[in-house]
Design a protein around this ligand. Structure first.
Ligand SMILES: Cc1cc2nc3c(=O)[nH]c(=O)nc-3n(C[C@H](O)[C@H](O)[C@H](O)COP(=O)(O)OP(=O)(O)OC[C@H]3O[C@@H](n4cnc5c(N)ncnc54)[C@H](O)[C@@H]3O)c2cc1C
Length: 449
């Protein structure tokens, strides 16, 4: 095959948007996946995507069989399930999609824009030339033959596998490894219930460090009587098996009596701040490969599409200027940080706090509305964390001997703000990156401490 301008590894949500964006500009794009074309879009997922992502990207809303349900908001349950925050509003309007049909649509869009698609093609490693990624070494899974797909820029959109990122040489300047404590191992099932769930307009999220340490349990309504139900746990030392947690703590609820499994699966969700740097000479990382996932609810479909589109836009400009070096592609980092990464990093502070506080404290936070429903909504949309600490709550917490917890909360709110400011001011060129990264790491360490 002749050299492409851009090779995109993986036809998931990130890869399809990246491929479509560059192909729309008339560049020669090769998009490939280890899956057969008919299986692209099959993904272990919660299947919920915020409506605002479609608006931001100018994507048609899902319709027909691709749309399983329109979601109005989320109900968040405290660990003891005594308190419920029911949040809805513009930012929480979402679609529960048929993930397969949605993925097929995005692939079709990328191909219609002019991308050449290769199925059953597995990326093995980056092909390096003079310090640049100059293509990808691949294996044809049907014949076993190996070849190199040459290009000016490679987009690693291989999801959590991050097959290119993990094999980049250190000199490229990208973190090849992600701390597994920041990754959620998830198990989920699609279940057909005997009766439709009450209030099927809301996604349900159950916070419990006992049942889902470092993560949460979810019940997301799908079409008719189906629900998507799962547990995600952070892969910290001694983490439990999420499938066992689901069976012992969630599927044991009367709601699931007599229900049937329609589908099941296990996969990883890198629910944390984005990679510090997502570009190198001749290479960019998008989607899960760049950890573009909301750290609180684990949603990565929207941000991965955004990452793909922003990477595509930057690649087009870099190629027009004839500079696909780390510096030439750098703007993609800054663009992503400003549009989503800063919010993601701020929410990562909240994730790290939630992992530390324990179920009792979280029960109190929700019972005494130390954060109000409205402020949960606003924070989830990227605003600062506002605390509702009154003289009464202070008295209650003094009585409970938990005043230090209030201090911890205040500290987290201030850290969240500082992290967001830092990520919003991501350096516009690599020369200031080391200093920025030092500050970012110090803040995240403080949040983890
Ligand atoms: C259980 C679970 C529930 C989730 N729920 C939600 C949710 O409700 N809403 C939401 O927004 N997000 C959710 N997410 C996150 C979301 O699924 C991902 O963030 C998103 O799909 C990332 O898209 P991507 O394109 O980066 O990766 P992927 O969708 O994983 O696509 C990667 C593609 O690369 C291909 N590939 C991998 N390795 C190779 C290779 N070596 N060679 C060639 N091709 C390769 C794969 O076959 C795949 O097609 C959930 C994740 C999990 C695990």
């Amino acid at each position: 095959m002749k050299k492409s301008d851009v090779v995109v590894v993986g036809a998931g949500t990130a890869g399809c948007l990246a491929a479509k964006t560059v192909a729309d500009a008339g560049l020669k794009v090769c998009l490939f996946d280890r899956k057969e074309r008919k299986n692209v879009g099959e993904k272990v997922c919660g299947d919920a995507v915020g409506k605002h992502h479609f608006d931001n990207l100018g994507l048609d809303y899902p319709s027909g069989d691709e749309l399983e349900r329109t979601i109005l908001g989320a109900k968040i349950f405290s660990p003891n399930t005594e308190s419920v925050f029911s949040i809805k509003g513009e930012g929480l309007n979402a679609f529960s999609v048929n993930r397969y049909l949605f993925g097929q649509r995005l692939l079709r869009n990328a191909i219609d824009a002019g991308s050449t698609f290769f199925e059953s093609t597995q990326a093995l490693e980056p092909a390096m030339k003079n310090g640049f990624v100059a293509g990808v070494s691949v294996r044809d899974l049907k014949t076993g033959s190996k070849t190199v797909l040459h290009s000016q820029v490679v987009v690693d959109a291989s999801g959590f596998s991050a097959v290119i990122r993990k094999k980049l040489p250190p000199k490229i300047g990208v973190d090849t490894d992600v701390d597994k404590r920041d990754v959620e191992l998830c198990y989920r099932e699609i279940r057909e219930l005997k009766e439709q769930i009450d209030d099927a307009d809301f996604c349900e999220i159950y916070l419990s460090q006992t049942v889902a340490p470092g993560g949460y349990c979810w019940i997301f309504p799908k079409n008719e009587k189906n629900v998507n139900v799962g547990v995600g746990v952070a892969m910290r030392e001694g983490f439990p098996n999420p499938k066992k947690q689901l069976y012992n703590n969630v599927l044991s609820k009367p709601l699931f009596d007599g229900s049937k499994i329609v589908g099941s699966g296990t996969w990883y969700d890198p629910a944390r701040r984005p990679l510090d740097c997502m570009t190198g000479n001749g290479v960019v990382m998008v989607g899960d490969s760049a950890c573009q996932v909301n750290p609180i609810h684990g949603g990565g479909i929207g941000p991965s599409m955004m990452g793909g589109a922003l990477a595509g836009k930057t690649i087009i400009e870099a190629m027009e200027k004839g500079d696909v070096s780390r510096e030439g592609l750098w703007l993609y980092n800054a663009r992503y940080m400003q549009s989503y990464g800063a919010k993601q990093a701020g929410l990562d502070v909240l994730r790290l706090l939630l992992q530390k506080v324990g179920d009792d404290s979280l029960n109190y936070v929700m019972k005494y509305r130390l954060i109000t429903q409205e402020d949960v909504l606003k924070t989830s949309m990227g605003e600062d964390l506002r605390l509702n600490i009154t003289e009464t709550t202070r008295r209650v917490f003094r009585g409970l001997r938990k005043l230090s917890f209030l201090r911890e909360l205040r500290h987290a709110a201030s850290l969240l703000k500082r992290v967001k400011v830092l990520y919003s001011n991501y350096p516009t060129s690599p020369k200031d990156f080391d200093e920025w990264r030092r500050k970012a790491r110090d803040l995240i360490e403080e949040a983890s401490g």
